[in-house]
Design a protein around this ligand. Structure first.
Ligand SMILES: Nc1ncnc2c1ncn2[C@@H]1O[C@H](COP(=O)(O)OP(=O)(O)OP(=O)(O)O)[C@@H](O)[C@H]1O
Ligand SMILES: [Mg+2]
Length: 386
């Protein structure tokens, strides 16, 4: 998973160069006098670019000192000629920093950024190759939560030794914890005041071990949660989780929030869940098209048909008819089994635990194996290209 890098540019002249060097990053531009320790704490950045000529060295030394004090200090690049020793000394306090001579090209800056972040990935193997799969229902009740739980349980049972986490990002009234019979403990609204403090220790507090062998991150019910939880907190949570877990499965809310595109854009797979009704198929087709239009370079969303039943039980579309309505092939189908789904939700736990012989379990296992194989193949392909 790779979320958008957040970059603070201090000094107006650097901004256009930075945007050319990192076209996909999120930028904030600030004058040095506007940067103080309090707003650095509130809004964590991955990278800070400082124009050495933008203010007097004492002011810039204070800014770099404040950055070094934050819970997870960003990488800092200082751009300028003939830098005073005081500034260079301040930079030494940071784990990741570099100095570039002005003038420089966007390519020089991009190379420098890449090497700073490559170094941290190497150090102690902190950067895991985590895989993030987001699951989104095309219409309410299509089965996103049920399928996200089964996918997490399947990954945990098939990939022994891998750490798997399920994130319920239906922040106000997510159902994953109820389906799993677990008490939600992710107090993300409190953490939103200081997102930079979200670290591995806090993740341990937020998570609970769910039946099925994975960790669950779910918020206690709160009708105002979407207003209270900031995009920075959601992004930071997932970023830290990527360092801890091998697999992140995200139960995404169907409606847009300010962080939706960031999360979907950083996902390795996007599964849109539809049921077999004409309105659901049309909604799935539109949702997939909306996502594709908004996220450059994202994996194409894959559509999964849930609650596939024999036609004996009603006039539902067939798989082929559904694919015609969708205008694309589906990634998989999951059989309808109300008894298994209801019984597992009532007992609290994945269907694979309470009804292991249900066709739902077999279908999800097939889907997970297909996706995982394609992911590994995709990785090999991208290595070759690199
Ligand atoms: N394959 C299936 N067979 C039978 N029942 C299913 C299946 N998948 C899901 N269900 C049932 O459908 C209902 C809705 O499922 P679920 O809560 O997972 O949907 P959702 O899309 O997450 O809903 P929401 O829009 O509320 O988030 C639940 O009662 C669940 O047990
Ligand atoms: Mg749901």
């Amino acid at each position: 998973m790779s979320l958008k890098r957040r970059v603070l540019v201090i000094g107006p002249k650097l901004a256009p160069l930075a945007e050319q060097a990192m076209p996909k990053a999120d930028f904030e531009v600030a004058a040095p006098e506007m940067v103080d320790a309090v707003n650095l704490m509130r809004s964590p950045f991955d990278l800070v670019l400082i124009e050495a000529g933008a203010a007097d060295p004492a002011r810039l030394t204070a800014v770099i000192g404040a950055l070094a004090q934050t819970a997870s200090p960003p990488a800092v690049i200082l751009v300028g000629a003939n830098l005073p020793a005081s500034l260079a000394r301040a930079l030494f306090k940071l784990k990741r920093s570099d100095v570039l001579d002005a003038p420089l090209s966007p390519a020089d800056l991009a190379r420098c950024v890449a090497s700073l972040f490559a170094d941290t990935a190497g150090a102690g193997g902190a950067a895991r190759h985590s895989q993030c799969w987001s699951v989104m229902s095309a219409v309410g009740g299509a089965g996103g939560t049920t399928l996200a739980i089964e996918i997490a349980a399947t990954l945990a049972s098939r990939r022994l030794g891998d750490r798997v986490a399920l994130f319920d990002l239906n922040l106000a009234d997510g159902a994953a914890s109820a389906y799993l019979g677990a008490a939600p403990n992710m107090h993300l609204a409190d953490a939103s005041a200081a997102p930079e403090r979200i670290d591995q220790a806090l993740l341990d507090v937020f998570s609970l071990r769910a039946p099925g062998g994975f960790d669950l991150f779910a918020c206690p019910r709160d009708p105002y949660a979407f207003a209270k939880i900031t995009p920075a907190a959601v992004c930071r949570l997932l970023e830290v989780a990527c360092q801890v877990y091998d697999w992140l499965v995200i139960d995404m809310p169907r409606h847009r929030h300010s962080w939706t595109i960031d999360v979907l854009g950083g996902s390795d797979e996007l599964l849109v869940i539809s049921e077999l009704t004409v309105p659901a198929l049309l909604a799935a087709r539109d949702l997939a098209a909306e996502i594709e239009a908004e996220i450059e370079d994202a994996r194409r969303p894959r559509i999964v048909l849930n609650r596939m039943a024999s036609r004996m039980f009603g006039p539902a579309p067939s798989r082929a008819e559904a694919e015609r309505a969708l205008g694309r092939k589906v990634a998989g189908v999951v059989t309808s089994d109300w008894e298994a789904a209801a019984c597992s939700a009532n007992l609290g736990g994945p269907i694979s635990q309470h009804r292991p012989r249900s066709k739902i379990v077999k279908d999800i296992a097939g889907l997970v194996d297909d996706l995982a194989t394609q992911t590994v193949a995709g990785r090999r392909q991208s290595k070759k290209v690199a």
